[in-house]
Design a protein around this ligand. Structure first.
Ligand code: ATP
Length: 485
């Protein structure tokens, strides 16, 4: 099947096999919001667990926390989100390119200046400033339309309405609607880590360098929200802030850059589908930043960010909270004196869990066709999800519903379910049941048949190769158990 067709087919497959549904679908859904079904939720949890384990269990200097989604509103003033995320924006419907309205109009004015139309250029800027000050979005749109300002990509004037573009969702705390009660749904999990830096450092007696990890929901009012779960308005992040001694940040930045690529590979993502993309334009807080990109069915896109965030965030929180946020480093420097008090520098790794789910699913989805021995064609859709994160590890299938076969199967199920997710099914032909398990990505199926009663063996069938072999019933659990996280 052509690459371009895989994405719509994958989206349909996700819905058909209980992975991902449009949110509140019975009411026609909600744009850029999705629900995970029974298989999707388990896949997502397995990926989250794998990340959590690799961060907090395999690194003795990284601990995990779970901060609240709601945070004191000053948090977002200190972090820069209140000021940096509210610009009027407009989209060109043909190119889908999004512009800050002031940039678009200024660009037009510059062109006019270059052409010698000084009066028009000045009038346009004056008018724009008035409209911006009055938050008059309809007026701004009219200014763009009247001047026939074009998109530099499509060359058309086919614009959406102008919208105040604040990435943060706000809501009110308590019952009185005053400014002071406006709080935000966090647009990133990182700030929950920064504000708890001292709590964790002191109670955990953490010594620099150390990390704090967290997974959780983040919310962004994305204007251009599409490509399924790639860009959502409610999504989940897995972030780790690594606190280091100033001057060592470049070393740790390179360290985490390399570690994170290795981690994705350990999850079964081929190296050929991953690449670094260095940021040229850096965020106000960043010293260096790189995206780890994955080749999604719709092109290379950011999967994870690794950022050298300097001491910006802790410094800001120290200033806004008026509480000292420092670390006393009693290791000795080159002159034999303790490094003393400082605000640590931060290297951050930040990956979207939903984007990882999409990565795994787009890698795993395959439509296969082949000719059978009798010359007829056969086909299947298979999700080759790495066994360690597959929603179900094993399907237990009695060949028929009688002769005591279901009893043997259920006994095996009882043993296995203590250790991993196993699926029991006795309906339909064995071939149909295998196909269903292929479609949800179950790596192993075992069939209990009459021979099982005689010699205590079962047929194990491997999802990827479709190979089948006889193994001892007593070995099933042990074999599959190797693939748990
Ligand atoms: P993008 O450039 O794609 O908008 P970003 O640079 O704003 O992403 P970060 O703020 O660095 O993203 O967030 C870290 C990670 O969180 C991203 O690498 C991505 O995996 C995930 N992420 C960010 N925004 C979204 C979203 N709207 N939906 C799903 N995942 C997201």
């Amino acid at each position: 099947m052509a690459e371009a067709n895989i994405f719509p087919a994958l989206i349909a497959h996700c819905k058909e096999y209980g992975y991902i549904f449009p949110s509140s679908e019975i009411y026609d859904g909600l744009s850029a919001v999705y629900d995970y079904g029974q298989n999707g939720a388990q896949l997502k949890k397995n990926i989250r667990d794998y990340w959590w384990k690799s961060m907090t269990q395999l690194n003795e200097n990284i601990v995990g926390i779970d901060a609240a989604i709601f945070m004191h509103p000053t948090t977002w003033k200190a972090s820069g989100h209140v000021d940096n995320f509210s610009d009027p924006m407009i989209d060109n419907k043909d190119s889908n390119k999004r512009y800050r309205v002031d940039h678009l109009i200024e660009g037009f004015a510059e062109e006019q200046l270059a052409k010698g139309n000084t009066q028009l250029a000045n009038d346009t800027i004056c008018e724009m400033e008035k409209l911006l000050a009055a938050d008059d979005f309809a007026g701004l749109k009219k200014l763009i339309d009247d001047n026939k300002i074009k998109c530099s990509v499509s060359g058309t004037c086919n614009w959406t309405e102008v919208r105040q573009f604040n990435l943060m969702f706000s809501t009110e705390l308590g019952s009185v609607a005053e400014d002071a009660n406006t709080i935000y749904l966090r647009p990133e999990t990182a700030q929950g880590i920064f504000v708890n830096f001292l709590n964790v450092q002191k109670t955990g007696r953490m010594k620099i360098p150390f990390g704090i990890a967290q997974t959780g929901k983040a919310f962004r009012n994305e204007i251009v929200a599409r490509q399924f779960i790639f860009r959502m308005r409610e999504f989940e992040q897995m972030e780790m802030q690594f606190f280091v001694r100033p001057g060592t940040e470049d070393h740790w930045y390179n360290y985490w850059k390399a570690e994170r690529i290795k981690w994705h590979e350990s999850l079964g993502v081929p190296a050929t589908k991953l690449r670094y993309h260095d940021h040229i334009k850096l965020a106000h807080y960043a010293k260096a930043a790189v995206d780890i990109e994955f080749e999604f069915p719709f092109g290379w896109k950011e999967l994870e960010g690794v950022h050298s965030r300097t001491d910006f965030d802790l410094k800001q929180h120290q200033e806004f909270s008026k509480k000292k946020i420092q670390y006393f480093d009693n290791d000795l420097n080159e002159s034999g004196k303790p490094y003393g008090n400082y605000i640590p520098f931060v290297v951050e790794t930040s990956v979207g869990l939903d984007r990882l789910v999409l990565t795994i699913l787009s890698m795993a989805y395959e439509e296969q066709k082949w000719n059978k021995e009798d010359g007829t064609e056969d086909s299947r859709i298979v999700l080759k999800i790495p066994a360690k994160i597959a929603p179900y590890k094993l399907a237990i299938l009695p060949l028929i519903k009688k002769d005591g076969l279901p009893d043997i199967a259920k006994k095996l199920l009882d043993e296995c379910k203590q250790c991993f997710h196993a699926f029991y099914e006795e309906k339909d032909s064995i071939g149909k049941r295998y196909r269903r398990m292929d479609a949800i990505g179950t790596p192993f199926c075992v069939t209990i048949d009459h021979q099982t009663k005689e010699d205590n063996t079962v047929t194990i069938r491997y999802r990827d190769s479709m190979k089948q072999e006889r193994i001892a019933l007593a070995d099933v659990k042990k074999i599959v158990e190797q693939y748990t996280i």
